[in-house]
Write a protein that binds this ligand. Structure first.
Ligand code: SF4
Ligand code: SF4
Length: 440
């Protein structure tokens, strides 16, 4: 490692509960009879539907094409027939369109592209096009199209590619297992991404609570001149701006992007998806997901196809041994609580988490006691208590002046608040109100 990583200001240390699944090797889920593929899985424009009821599809064939630059295509997770275009609950609970595929059990390939034999001699523009054609998005949770991040403006040259292997969310261990079991693919993906950006090297940042993954990556990193950086455990270490600061010392100003400080950040799972798309010709149709929580008999990490129904996913764990209080997609800090088991696996479903009744806070929200803990832990150095006051008074203009838009919704303030105030939820609401106001 060339430089000691810096500690970003703020952050919290929740119980990580990763021991439930960190030692469990990745298992491949069986082929299911039905997949419900949500159409809009990326930040940006929804893709354009190409199939209709009754159409035959093959594994990897196109279901939707990108409808603009900030949009990605969608591919079939297996071969079969389009049963219907239906609606299922999306991750935010709102009903969203999905393509229901009845599998034929053959799992026959029909991918529209071939492997790229010699990526090291291939034009970077062609490699970037492959990332786009494969429908790769930020798999750490954001769902931002990967090819867009690989297209920084010409006047903002990028000199640093960072792979995010922090996986700082409690409970989640999918990236940990991926780095441990597929270290070569992570490093290969990093090297391909670096070539696309015209860089000679890349840095993979991993929290130091995953020493086996760091060791596995270090063993193979030299092959492509990739550096592995061990980062101190501090939630939200994996947030883009905090990761950039820890590794480079560069601060991304409020309202600016990593490319404004010469950086591109990609998740390690996205890097593996890039390696598979380029070297094997496989589009983004599956991912590693942690399925965990105290109520489950056998938590673990599974390779799941996009569109797998969550009730099938839960059965993989030997079922439920105690009635859960909550089902979340993602981790406990940034995940979204679900009200239905009809949700399905998406490209950014990093975790399926069941929270036991005795783990759920039964406290009611109390008035702010001005303790300042939320201010101390906020990694974005904004004033959660004051913004909360503004939101409670429906003063979204005031919240905006207090920089609520800089909030990364990490939940550290809510976690720290002794009065159990719903700070993160208030800030999410304020951001929605402010964006809606801008649209008027
Ligand atoms: S205000 Fe936003 S960024 Fe700051 S701790 Fe709370 S949720 Fe995180
Ligand atoms: S942590 Fe809670 S009680 Fe303390 S200042 Fe912040 S909002 Fe108020």
């Amino acid at each position: 490692m060339s430089e000691k990583p810096r500690k970003f200001k703020g952050g919290v240390h929740p119980n990580d509960s990763k021991a439930l699944s960190a030692h469990k090797a990745i298992q491949e889920a069986p082929l299911y009879g039905t997949y419900k593929v949500i159409m809009h899985q990326n930040i940006g424009a929804p893709p354009e539907l190409l199939v209709k009821k009754g159409d035959a599809v093959k594994k990897g064939s196109l279901l939707c094409k990108a409808s603009g630059f900030v949009s990605v295509p969608l591919h079939a997770p297996t071969s079969g027939t389009v049963k219907m275009i239906d609606k299922v609950p999306g991750p935010t609970g709102i009903s969203v369109p999905c393509i229901v595929i009845e599998a034929d059990g053959e799992d026959e390939w029909g991918c529209p592209f071939e492997p790229i034999a010699d990526w090291q001699k291939t034009d970077p523009a062609e490699l970037k096009q492959r990332v786009w054609d494969a429908g790769i998005v930020g798999m750490g949770g954001a769902g931002f199209p990967a090819h867009v991040k690989l297209s920084p403006p010409e006047d903002k040259p990028v000199d640093k590619l960072i792979l995010n292997g922090a996986e700082c969310e409690p409970y989640l261990t999918a990236d940990h297992r991926l780095m441990l079991e597929q270290a070569e693919e992570v490093v290969l993906g990093a090297a391909i991404l670096a070539r696309i950006l015209g860089l000679e090297t890349a840095v993979i940042g991993v929290e130091d609570n995953k020493p086996d993954a760091i060791q596995a990556l270090e063993k193979v990193a030299g092959k492509y001149n990739i550096e592995v950086v061990s980062l101190p455990v501090n939630y939200p270490q994996g947030a883009e701006k905090q990761l950039i600061y820890a590794i480079t010392g560069r601060e991304v100003p409020v309202g600016k992007l990593p490319s404004d400080v010469g950086c591109v950040v990609q998740n390690v799972a996205s890097a593996v998806a890039v390696a598979e798309a380029v070297v094997k010709g496989i589009p983004s149709i599956e991912r590693i997901t942690t399925v965990t929580g105290k109520p489950l008999n056998d938590p673990g990490n599974w390779k799941l196809r996009i569109g797998t129904p969550i009730d099938e996913v839960l059965k993989l764990t030997g079922g439920i041994k105690e009635q859960p209080a909550k089902l979340l997609l993602g981790g406990p800090m940034m995940g979204i609580a679900q009200s239905s088991l009809d949700v399905t696996v998406m490209k950014n479903t990093s975790g399926v988490l069941l929270i036991a009744k005795d783990e759920v806070s039964l406290y009611t929200s109390e008035p702010c006691i001005r303790c300042g803990r939320c201010v101390d832990c906020c990694p974005m150095q904004i004033l959660p208590a004051t913004i909360s006051q503004a939101v409670e008074n429906n003063r979204f203009d005031w919240a905006e002046r207090l920089n609520v838009m800089a909030c990364i919704e990490c939940g550290s303030c809510s976690y720290s608040c002794p009065s159990h105030r719903p700070l993160n939820q208030q800030f999410k609401r304020a951001k929605v109100e402010i964006r809606a106001g801008l649209r008027k």
